[in-house]
Design a protein around this ligand. Sequence first.
Ligand code: C5P
Length: 236
Amino acid sequence: MTTKPIVALDVPSREDALEFLEQFGDESLYVKIGMELFYAEGPDLVCDIKQKGHQVFLDLKLHDIPNTVYRAMKVLAGLGVDMVNVHAAGGTEMMRAAKKGLEEGAADGKRPLLIAVTQLTSTTENTMQREQLIPVSLKESVSQYASLAQKAGLDGVVCSAWEAEKIHEATSEDFLCVTPGIRPEGAEVGDQKRVATPGKARELGAGYIVVGRPITQAENPVAAYRMIEKQWRGEE
Ligand code: C5P
C-alpha cells in the first residue's frame, strides 16, 4: 500500500497550522512538524493535531548522549507521534537508546517509526571532508550511516530520492527511505538541490515523500496535494 505524502507544516504558529489543516475538512493527513513550529507551540499542538486524526512525523533530529536521547524519546513517544528522527552521527549506542526510549514511552505499545538523518543535504562533499575530516565520498558516508542505523535497529533514513538505491544496497529493500526534495513537474525548485517528482521518487524506491512548499505555498493547497498524491500513487 502506498503511504500518504507527508506535508511539511513549515509554519510559525498554531493558528497557521490549524488554518492549513482546516482546508482539508475531515480528511486525515500525514504532517511533518519541525523545530520552528514545535519550539513555538510545544507538545500541546502536536497532541491537538493527533487528536484531529492526523499522523505526525516529529522532525526534531535529536543528537545527544545516549541517556539524554533515551529520556527525550520516551517523552516524544508519549505524545503518540508516528515518526521521529535522530542524527546517525550520534552513533549506534545513541540510536539504540533512542529506540529503547520510544519502545518504553509508547502509550499504546506501538512505537513511532525511528528514522536517521545521515549527512544533512546542506553539507557538501567538500565541507564534509574539510570540516568533519571524513576522507571518503559523501555517498560512502551516507551509506555508512544508513548501514549503522539499520544495525542499531532503526526503520530507515531521511535521504534524497536519488540516494535511495545506494541506501537499499547498503541496507535492505525494506529499509525505509523518507525523501524530501520533491517537486512536481515544472514546479519551483527553491533552495532544494536534488529534486525528484513524486513518480520518480516512487520508481527510485522512496517509502515516504515529504512535500512542503509545493503544497503549502500553492494557490490551492488541496488541489496541489491531490495532484501530488495521484502522482505518488502512480495514478497519473
Ligand atoms: O518546501 P520543501 O518541499 O522543500 O520542504 C521540505 C521539507 O523537508 C522541509 O521541512 C525541510 O526542512 C525538510 N528536509 C529537507 N531535506 C532534508 C531533511 C529535511 O528538505 N535532508
